[in-house]
Design a protein around this ligand. Structure first.
Ligand SMILES: Cc1ncc(COP(=O)(O)O)c(C=O)c1O
Length: 373
């Protein structure tokens, strides 16, 4: 007899994890929007220092981490939620806010975890297509908000399309959303956004108790292996609800120690951001020289269509390009797995990694034909 699972297991999509491939050459990992730079030595030391105490449970209130975050952002510690990665907070928000009959509004294509929230809770997911520039269409999203809406997520900059909206547009949108609806602005990549000061959205929290800004140590701090994220919230009640639906020790001791130390090294973090932005400018220029039109990236990755014509052709072309890159040891993400066939999402790596990617892509185009239109 096969195991019998709950109804929600039939609904919950399986997360499209990036594949890793057996290869006899060093792989260029540009598939998961990770930092190409290893953790800072001081962060490694802090984590090593915490090893001695692993016989003790971690601080369930994450008090020192929340204190440091509070000092950095000027948001009271009681309005800061910490998570086992920011995904943990997203999933907790789904559990705390959604249920059958409730509605959850988000853009598509956007972060692949969002559909999970409605599927897991039995709420209705309402997806709103991106605009012609692959950015959130906030007017269309506002029109989808009803009395049943409990949660709206805006991903800024958006994964997978890399585009961002200016904070003035986010501010206008948030002020239109009724107070019973929680708005999460997922800012996993905000430090790479040059349209605005990444801290500008923090000012909105004072006026909007229903707002949460979701941030992570996974991207700019290069600590995705550690699993630490946080949300700056407009109300204490939201933080309490996020904590209520989770197990008590959701952020492990090494993650807390590493995240606390990482916050003390903003100068190095800024240098890494500057390097990534320099790579972004140079890679995007080279992509345009190959006949591609990358979206206006404000993130640590680019997004471009492969110019394959109708959906069937686009899918076939995506498959051929992915196969060609993989055969050359370059791992990127196919758009088809992220909501749009015929596109690629590629993380900016080190200069050497980007060179390998661009060389491989040029070789693949030489084999299968250059992009048209
Ligand atoms: C938009 C967005 N939000 C959240 C996350 C989750 O990051 P983590 O759980 O590692 O903090 C990611 C990871 O790729 C992301 O792209």
């Amino acid at each position: 007899m096969p195991l019998e699972f709950s109804e929600r297991i039939r609904r919950i999509p399986v997360y499209p994890a990036a594949a890793t491939y057996a290869s006899d050459q060093p792989l260029v990992r540009l598939a998961s929007n990770e930092s190409p730079y290893p953790p800072l030595p001081a962060v490694k030391d802090a984590i090593a220092g915490a090893l001695e105490q692993l016989n003790r449970y971690p601080d369930p209130t994450n008090s020192l981490l929340r204190k440091r975050l509070s000092e950095r952002y000027g948001v009271p510690a009681a309005r800061i939620a910490v998570g086992n990665g920011s995904c943990d907070i997203l999933l907790a928000a789904g559990e705390a806010l959604l249920e059958p009959g409730a509605e959850f509004v988000y853009a598509w294509p956007s972060f692949s975890v969002y559909p999970h929230l409605s599927a897991a809770s039995g709420a209705t997911g309402v997806t709103v297509p991106l605009d012609a520039n692959d950015r959130h269409d906030l007017e269309a999203m506002a029109r989808e908000i009803t009395a049943a809406t409990r949660l709206v997520v805006v991903c800024n900059p958006n994964n997978p399309t890399s585009t961002a909206l200016p904070s003035s547009e986010i501010a206008d949108f948030v002020s239109q959303v009724p107070g019973h609806v929680c708005v999460i602005v997922d800012e996993a990549y905000c430090e790479f956004n040059v349209l605005d000061d990444p801290e500008s959205s923090v000012d909105l929290l004072a006026a909007h108790p229903n707002l949460a800004l979701l941030r992570t140590f996974s991207k700019v701090y290069g600590l995705c292996g550690l699993r630490a994220g946080f949300a700056l919230c407009g109300s204490e009640r939201l933080v309490q609800a996020l904590d209520q639906v989770r197990q008590p020790f959701f952020c492990n001791a090494l993650a807390q120690a590493g995240a606390i130390e990482a916050l003390a090294h903003q100068d190095e973090v800024e240098q890494r951001v500057a390097r990534t932005i320099a790579e972004r400018i140079s890679v995007d220029e080279r992509l345009r020289a190959l006949g591609l039109q990358p979206a206006d990236s404000q993130a640590n990755f680019c997004w471009f269509e492969l110019g394959g014509g109708d959906t069937e052709d686009a899918t076939a072309r995506e498959h051929d390009v992915m196969a060609g890159l993989t055969a050359r040891g370059v791992l990127v993400r196919a758009g088809g797995a992220l909501g749009r066939a015929g596109a690629l999402r590629v993380t900016y790596g080190t200069s050497a990694e980007n060179e390998r990617f661009l060389t491989a892509l040029a070789q693949v185009f030489a084999e299968i034909g250059a992009p048209v239109g």
